[in-house]
Design a protein. Structure first.
Length: 28
């Protein structure tokens, strides 16, 4: 994999992780 692909994957994982944490901490 090229570096741009790795950076994009890490960025998506970063946002997905924070989104999951936010959903868990703030039940609706």
């Amino acid at each position: 994999l090229g570096k741009p692909v790795v950076d994009t994957t890490r960025l998506l994982a970063h946002y997905a992780l924070h989104h999951a944490i936010d959903d868990n901490l703030s039940p609706k």
